[in-house]
Ligand binder design. Structure first.
Ligand SMILES: *[C@@H]1O[C@H](CO)[C@@H](O)[C@H](O)[C@H]1NC(C)=O
Ligand SMILES: *[C@@H]1O[C@H](CO)[C@@H](O)[C@H](O)[C@H]1NC(C)=O
Ligand SMILES: *[C@@H]1O[C@H](CO)[C@@H](O)[C@H](O)[C@H]1NC(C)=O
Length: 526
């Protein structure tokens, strides 16, 4: 009897845990390095028993159609932000940075980028239109009874679909269209919170603060242009004339922020922000035998790793030759993720690879130095494993990411327009030979790891929380519904100023009347 009872309880418990934990999740991912870290979340969700469905388009570059841990729905599109578009964009930026293009001013660059930026979002909004025009697709989504939409809001399509389906919305986020995500929702005094792209720190001089404000205004203008040209039109067409894209994008239930305050400057935050920076990092696993042999052959000197990230397949040939020559002079072994032509003067200590298990290599005891472009993922991995960095930033946030490490004594930065054999070798040797760089990174690593809960587990907990409670509206501030003049109390200020003026005028008039009645008779008498 007791046995049966126990069995019953166990059965009930398993059933219950199925019901309560096996969520049905709809995902609108973003391509490129954003997919790399979304993928980590999806694998973790799958291993906890959640059912995952991804919406991709027929020209998806990174997101595969078939997978063992997700289902996918493919939406046919005519164009997408494919490899060609991104590669072209990156080589333009590199050329620009190296002064090869006759662009004379910052203003030209800003306007030129604005065009590209808007075009990119237009392509994404075509993808969104293709979804909304496909009745079969929409019916399928509605019938699937999803519990949650997970998206990276640097593209707006997932936000609009989540609203259309009326589902709780969770962000895996560092960027919104307007820029760094905090700025859109959390109070963000521009006096001590640097705008990404300015190269400012949290201690700014007057001129740096001027630059900060100007860059903020440029970002807001870009955001306004992009949103009104693309997503706002979609909202009005498919969600109704009164819907507002900005309001939708700020109304998400939960923001899983890819930010870590060991790395980022401290700043005000919000109750529905959950910090998961470094969630993609894990202790190193064993390397493939061939790679392990190569690493071991470095002996006491150790290994250097170089990668310019998932987007940059080829640097200009003259630059790779300079770098190869510098590497050849070192006693260390070098593993270089490189896709272009083989540099002519490559040393026999350097191994070129197409792909590598970056996290496992960075966690290898023989790893000495990481030469990186400063993308968020790579910088977080270096920080997690405590490996010092020599950075060659290309664009967007990369300089700012590297500068945060440099300021904390863990990195050196080289400007891409001035990299040559000598200064590259000098920077690498300095970071290799001065033990302070490594000690500083190890200290950051210890700080990062000293948390009550691993960032990935934290992310999973909060996503399950949102599914259990069908949203997290109780954590959401009401600020997102407000027009800017209410948010900043400009209307109240004007009103109070009006009242003040009224009182002042009344008092003035009264005084004048009083003065007249008291003084005029005297004048008459005289
Ligand atoms: C998981 O999602 C797929 C695709 O949306 C769906 O066909 C399937 O029925 C779902 N499975 C469960 C157990 O919900
Ligand atoms: C994915 O699987 C489907 C069905 O098994 C198959 O028709 C399709 O070719 C596969 N796609 C890829 C890219 O392997
Ligand atoms: C690499 O090149 C150096 C100098 O050219 C030579 O002394 C060394 O033996 C070579 N090492 C290997 C493993 O071939």
């Amino acid at each position: 009897m007791r046995l049966i009872y126990c069995c019953g309880v166990v059965l009930l418990l398993t059933l219950f845990s199925r019901v309560s934990h096996g969520g049905n999740i709809l995902v609108f991912p973003v391509e490129g390095s954003h997919w790399v870290n979304m993928d980590v979340l999806l694998r973790a969700l799958h291993s906890k028993g959640h059912n995952i469905t991804i919406v991709r388009n027929s020209k998806s570059w990174y997101v595969e159609e078939n997978s063992t841990y997700y289902h996918s729905i493919t939406v046919p599109v005519e164009r997408s932000l494919g490899k060609e578009v991104i590669t072209h964009l990156i080589s333009t930026v590199i050329d620009f940075e190296r002064g090869a293009l006759p662009v004379t001013s910052f203003f030209n660059m800003a306007v030129g980028m604005m065009g590209t930026f808007t075009e990119a979002h237009r392509i994404v909004s075509e993808f969104a239109s293709a979804m909304f025009d496909d009745q079969e697709f929409l019916r399928k989504l509605k019938d699937s009874n999803f519990d949650l939409v997970l998206t990276d809001p640097c593209w707006g399509h997932g936000i609009i679909l989540a609203k259309y389906l009326n589902l709780p919305l969770v962000y895996n986020v560092r960027w919104l269209i307007a820029g760094e995500a905090h700025f859109s929702l959390a109070p963000s005094p521009l006096s001590y919170i640097p705008i990404t792209g300015t190269g400012n720190t949290d201690k700014m001089t007057f001129l740096q603060r001027v630059k900060n404000v100007v860059m903020y205004l440029i970002g807001q203008t870009q955001h306004h242009v992009v949103v009104t040209q693309t997503y706002q039109k979609l909202c009005e067409k498919y969600l109704g004339p009164n819907s507002d894209f900005n309001e939708l994008s700020l109304s998400a239930d939960l923001w899983l922020m890819r930010v870590d305050f060991v790395f980022e400057y401290p700043r005000p935050t919000m109750p529905n922000f959950v910090y998961i920076g470094g969630f993609q990092c894990t202790p190193a696993k064993a390397l493939p035998q061939q790679l392990e042999d190569f690493v071991q052959s470095s002996g006491e000197h150790g290994v250097i790793l170089m990668s310019m990230g998932s987007f940059v397949s080829a640097l200009p040939a003259d630059m790779t030759n300079e770098i190869a020559a510098a590497f050849a002079k070192l006693p260390q072994k070098v593993i270089w993720r490189h896709k272009g032509d083989r540099p002519a003067n490559l040393g026999n200590n350097t191994l070129l690879v197409d792909w590598m298990p970056q996290n496992d290599l960075l966690g290898h005891p023989k790893m000495k130095l990481f030469v990186a472009h400063g993308g968020t993922n790579g910088v977080q991995e270096a920080l997690y494993h405590g490996i010092p960095v020599v950075g060659i930033p290309l664009f967007i946030d990369q300089y700012d990411n590297l500068m945060r490490l440099k300021e904390r004594g863990g990195a050196q930065i080289l400007q891409i327009n001035s990299v040559d054999k000598d200064n590259f070798l000098k920077a690498v040797e300095e970071v290799l030979n001065d033990p302070l760089y490594r000690m500083n990174m190890q200290r950051l690593s210890r700080l990062h790891r000293d948390q009550p809960m691993k960032p990935l587990d934290n992310a999973l907990f909060w996503m399950e929380f949102v599914m259990r409670h069908k949203g997290a509206a109780h954590l959401r501030t009401e600020s997102y519904r407000m027009p800017w003049y209410s948010y900043y109390s400009v209307d109240v200020g004007l009103f109070l100023f009006g009242v003040f003026l009224l009182v002042l005028t009344t008092v003035f008039i009264l005084m004048r009347c009083l003065y007249r009645t008291m003084c005029k008779p005297k004048v008459k008498q005289e």
